[in-house]
Design a binder for this molecule. Structure first.
Ligand code: ADP
Ligand code: MG
Length: 698
């Protein structure tokens, strides 16, 4: 089995070892240089690489190739071309040129661009990203690409991600030089995203319009049993789930995805997959592949994989934990506390750079995880709150306090922590990782950003994180490069940064209401929903940040903001319309039919035996009728409000309209419908219940 897995692993990836094996030495070298330095390949080299890629792909059964890209819809897109090229005699040969590898044209008028392109010039192009390996899926050679407009604006999530990796590389290198790290020539941010998801039975799914149209249940009374017993968390896998996971692991391994652990999560029917970390760019691609394969493979096993952040009310939603660090090309993790005082000084500087970044750009981090779906999670006392704060653990906190106030650090025999003089103690993993309620936690040698939604691409969160930290480092490097006495300046800088940004540090329970009040007192932002946070995207300080580090132009930021707002409004509109449809066509008719049965039974009983106790029928008929009346009125109200949305100006106004006007009606309607469900004969209720959905996979 061990050999089996190692033979399987990466077998469908045109990776480093395949390139080494199949490319002429000079081409391989040029290729490596291009990937490491993010440079372009010249066309003669590209032709050789393309040809080798094609031969390899054909041997593996591929007939087509595609430029695979990540438009702002959040999912991936592809357009397949076959390798065939006609020759004399009505025959074909298989061809693939360097030009086809490097650049593709795409009529992309239907992808969201936020007004970046008018439709008459709707062409975009895709450009090969040699820092992520090509691979084979469904008999097609997939070439990871970035997607831009003809005038060079980014139309995707990969372009700004690569830009942000370059920005943090540049600034980190400046800082590393100051510490004398001569052997390091580049750094990369690394990410390991833990992915949560639900698996439910496919037959049951097919009977729920809400799941089909919106990915979440819009109605559903609480089942007698939820997750209160904690008997699902890390529990034994059901056979169907185990078979699904085994196939998923194999398919992902073939694609070189380092899947490491799969286990049950807190809610019934909820699971988690964690890969081993790799560079942010590859990790982002791999997470997209993972989500894609989860959905496909679940279907093969008679199930549906729900990636929505809140498929069920009353049980935990799903998120994604973005474990993040910076690693040098010499293999050093910059968030690993070192062995010598000097290494520790460097560690502390990078640590305070992140503290400053998270504090200065709380708004951008919040925006990076904003979506209609994730709004149901953040702050719902099961996921991190919408307030961004940072957890360092008691030990590290104490060290920072001692540095800030020049007082003794108690754990170290009353030693005053002096930067560049003392060695930091080791931080045992369990003391740092215990706080599960923190949005942004230091976990020993990496940071875990926990606010991401399960359905989202991880690109956006990492763009913001990389850029914000690049900015801290830029300021630090500016200051330290000009310093007369490096050690004193370093000490003062760290001390000053702790003082200025310690308000973002919080070690307590993030679910606690008292914390939210305290956070507001500290001046931290509490941007509860997507419409609340999105206006911050275009604040001057943020536009300035993106400009300084060449991540987005102002036009690009505005277009992204517009897309996110439009998306939010469209999602709630679809949910509202789905509710109307379900209530009018299925729920009210079903309850009405049940009422008829009840009333007829009551009448029959009365005729048969005058004076008989009719309290059951009477009470139920009366309660259900009155609920029907309320629901009937509410659904009319909802319909009217959805209709009126067409008069509201698009953008921020419309998003707030959906949040403040439409969502409250939807939730009142739901409450009444759920109450009806608890009183209606299950045979009449038109949809599978929460109990069936959550406990239906065996
Ligand atoms: P924990 O128990 O704290 O969740 P794990 O060791 O299980 O820690 O790791 C969780 C995730 O963090 C995994 O995906 C892992 O690959 C990732 N991870 C570990 N180290 C790093 C790092 N240096 N950079 C990015 N991700 C990392
Ligand atoms: Mg974790």
């Amino acid at each position: 089995m061990g050999n089996y897995v190692s033979d399987l692993f990466g077998s469908l990836v045109f990776n480093d070892s395949i390139m080494k094996e199949r490319l002429p030495k000079e081409t391989y070298k040029a290729m490596m240089k291009a990937t490491q330095e993010g440079r372009r390949l010249d066309s003669s080299v590209a032709n050789v690489v393309a040809n080798a890629m094609k031969d390899w792909a054909i041997e593996k059964g591929a007939t087509h190739f595609t430029h695979w890209f990540q438009p702002m819809t959040g999912i991936t897109a592809e357009k397949h071309d076959s390798f065939i090229s006609p020759i004399d005699g009505g025959r074909v040969i298989m061809e693939f040129s360097g030009k086809e590898l490097v650049k593709g044209e795409s009529d992309a008028s239907s992808f969201p661009s936020g007004g970046l392109r008018s439709t008459f010039e709707a062409r975009g192009y895709t450009a090969w990203d040699p820092t992520s390996y090509a691979f084979i899926k469904d008999r097609t050679l997939y070439i990871p690409t970035a997607f831009c407009s003809y005038t060079g604006e980014a139309l995707d999530k990969k372009t700004p991600l690569l830009r942000s990796m370059e920005a943090i590389n540049k600034q980190t290198m400046r800082v590393l030089k100051l510490f004398g790290n001569e052997d390091v020539t580049a750094v990369r941010t690394t990410v390991g995203p833990e992915q949560e998801y639900f698996l439910i039975d496919r037959e049951l799914y097919n009977r729920r319009k809400d799941l089909i149209y919106t990915g979440r249940t819009l109605f559903g009374a609480k089942p007698p049993k939820g997750q209160e017993l904690d008997d699902h968390y890390f529990g034994t896998l059901k056979p169907r789930v185990a078979a699904f996971m085994a196939e998923l692991d194999e398919e992902l391994w073939k694609l070189g995805v380092l899947v490491k652990t799969e286990h049950n999560e807190a809610a019934p029917a909820q699971h988690e997959l964690a890969p081993i970390f790799t560079t942010t760019n590859i990790s982002t691609d791999h997470n997209q592949l993972t989500m894609d394969l989860m959905q496909k493979i679940a279907k093969k096993h008679g199930m549906v994989c729900l990636l929505h952040e809140k498929p069920f009310a009353g049980v935990s939603g799903s998120g994604k934990h973005n474990n993040w660090s910076i690693s040098t090309n010499t293999g050093v993790n910059l968030f690993e506390p070192g062995e010598t005082p000097y290494e520790n000084a460097q560690f502390l500087l990078f640590l305070v750079a992140v503290i400053k970044a998270v504090d200065d750009y709380q708004d951008l981090l919040r925006i990076s995880v904003a979506s209609a779906g994730n709004d149901h999670r953040l702050g719902a006392s099961e996921a991190p709150p919408a307030v961004v704060s940072m957890f360092l653990g008691d030990e590290l906190n104490e060290i920072l306090e001692s540095i800030e106030s020049d007082t003794a650090y108690t754990a170290k025999e009353h030693v005053q922590m002096k930067i560049g003089v003392h060695v930091l103690p080791r931080f045992p993993k369990d003391t740092t990782d215990r706080n599960r309620t923190s949005p942004f936690a230091f976990t020993g040698n990496k940071f875990e950003f926990r606010m991401l939604g399960s359905a989202d691409s991880i690109a956006c969160a990492n763009i913001m994180l990389n850029t914000a930290v690049a900015e801290s480092l830029r300021q630090f490097a500016d200051e330290l490069e000009g310093a007369d006495d490096f050690n004193t300046s370093l000490h003062n800088l760290i001390k000053r940064t702790i003082k200025a940004h310690k308000r973002i540090l919080f070690n307590g329970n993030g679910y606690d209401d008292a914390w939210i009040a305290e956070a507001e007192k500290r001046g931290l932002l509490n941007l509860k929903t997507t419409p609340d946070c999105l206006p911050y995207y275009v604040h001057e300080k943020n536009l300035e940040l993106f400009k300084t580090h060449k991540i987005y132009t102002e036009t690009e930021v505005r277009s992204r903001c517009e897309i996110m707002l439009a998306n939010y409004s469209m999602i709630i509109n679809i949910e509202g319309l789905t509710m109307v449809d379900m209530v009018k066509k299925d729920i009210l008719p079903a309850v009405s039919a049940y009422l008829k049965t009840l009333a007829e039974t009551g009448l029959a009983k009365k005729n048969f035996c005058p004076g008989i106790d009719l309290s059951y029928e009477e009470t139920l008929v009366s309660k259900l009728s009155s609920l029907c009346g309320k629901v009937f009125a509410q659904v009319a109200d909802l319909e009217e409000k959805l209709q009126k949305a067409t008069d509201v100006p698009k953008g921020t106004n419309l998003a707030f309209y959906y949040k403040d006007v439409v969502l409250p009606v939807m939730s009142e309607l739901r409450a009444n419908v759920d109450e009806m469900e608890t009183m209606t004969d299950a045979k009449y209720w038109p949809y599978p219940s929460y109990g069936e959905l959550l406990f239906g996979v065996n």
